[in-house]
Design a protein around this ligand. Structure first.
Ligand code: PEP
Ligand code: MN
Length: 336
């Protein structure tokens, strides 16, 4: 349920209203914008007497929110959320590119890719240390050593780092990571999501391979319900009947998610198709559709990458892409 307050509502009346809701065991989620002041009520609102609330002189309107996601719902929070990722804002007109290898492979690899993506205009460095591979025989990542190499690359370049967590037990290792990624395969690892809700760090949540947008937002809700509202949604391609590409990029998800939710939406065109030459057209489509950022895999030597080489750009290709991304972002009214 959302309660829309009058523009110049009496503060004492608003405080009394709040206290009344809290006494009913409801959790309050307030959003105060330039033109609106909304109190979102989370919990069992069945017993709330809508007519009585509507009659309160401080209240302009009351509406039931039928969607199961509340905190992630744009009705609760009409303005775009801007998530601060280690000093880099994403959302609300601020666009950011996260780039780097699928996997951190060595100190020289991550350092050189970090320097190259920074020079080309990336704002964050991505790199997998714990890798969710389909086969147990594939490279599983450098794990905690990979995290250390990422931190060293951050120290060298100043780029905040984004890296994937797979297990709640690893959380202490991620204390000094700027943005924690939850991969597509873990989108519904609810225990992990709950733990991430208890920390105060941006979470890049990737859409599951077969998740509906409502399921995706319910996973964001798990994190937000715990108190961590710094969630960035990432569409990375879904499973369809099409076999010519690794996945099918659901470009429609961008405008729909932005209508359903106030959270920033990032597109990962690398995993979406799994083919390096498709990264450029899909990135352009993402910008045109209203995405708030891109996550792109870049490798110093894609042909010899230990994971996802076929979809990785080399540094020169990434720099050429960024030359197109920058004017396109501005054309569509955002800033990098
Ligand atoms: C990745 O970002 O390297 C990754 C494994 O992504 P996804 O979870 O989208 O497959
Ligand atoms: Mn990858």
């Amino acid at each position: 349920m959302i309660v829309i307050l009058k523009k110049h509502a009496n503060p004492a009346a608003v405080a009394a209203l709040r206290a009344g809701f809290e006494a009913q065991g409801l959790k309050l989620h307030e959003s105060e914008g330039e033109h609106t002041h909304i109190i979102g009520l989370v919990g069992d609102t069945k017993s709330v007497d809508i007519d009585a609330v509507r009659a309160n002189p401080a209240v302009a309107d009351v509406r039931r929110v039928s969607e199961p996601y509340k905190k992630a719902n744009r009705k609760f929070h009409p303005a775009d959320t801007v998530v601060d990722c280690g000093g880099v804002p994403i959302g609300g007109g601020k666009f950011a590119v996260m780039a780097g290898p699928c996997s951190v492979e060595s100190e020289s690899q991550i350092r050189s890719v970090a320097a190259d993506v920074k020079a080309a205009g990336a704002a964050l460095l991505r790199g997998g240390a714990f890798k969710p591979r389909t086969s147990p025989y594939s490279f599983q990542g450098l794990r905690s050593d990979g995290l250390e190499l990422l931190k060293a690359a951050r120290a060298a370049t100043g780029l905040p780092i984004v890296t994937e967590i797979m297990n709640t037990e690893h959380l202490p290792l991620f204390e000094d990571v700027d943005v924690i990624q939850v991969g597509a395969r873990n989108m519904q690892n609810f225990e992990l999501l709950k733990e991430l809700g208890r920390i105060d760090k941006p979470i890049l949540l990737k859409r599951g391979l077969s998740a509906t947008l409502e399921e995706f937002l319910m996973s964001a809700e798990y994190i937000m319900a715990g108190g961590n509202e710094k969630v960035i949604l990432c569409e990375r391609g879904i499973r369809t009947f099409e076999t010519s590409m690794r996945n099918t990029l659901d470009i429609s998800a961008v405008p729909m998610l932005k209508q359903m939710s106030h959270l920033p939406v990032v597109i990962d065109p690398s995993h979406a198709a799994g083919i390096s030459w498709m990264v450029q057209p899909l990135a352009m489509a993402a910008i045109a559709a209203g995405a708030d950022g891109l996550m792109i895999e870049v490798h110093n030597d894609p042909a010899h990458a230990l994971s996802d080489g076929a979809q990785s750009l080399n540094p020169a290709q990434f720099a050429a892409l960024m030359d197109q991304v920058k004017p396109a972002v501005e054309f569509f009214g955002k800033s990098l």
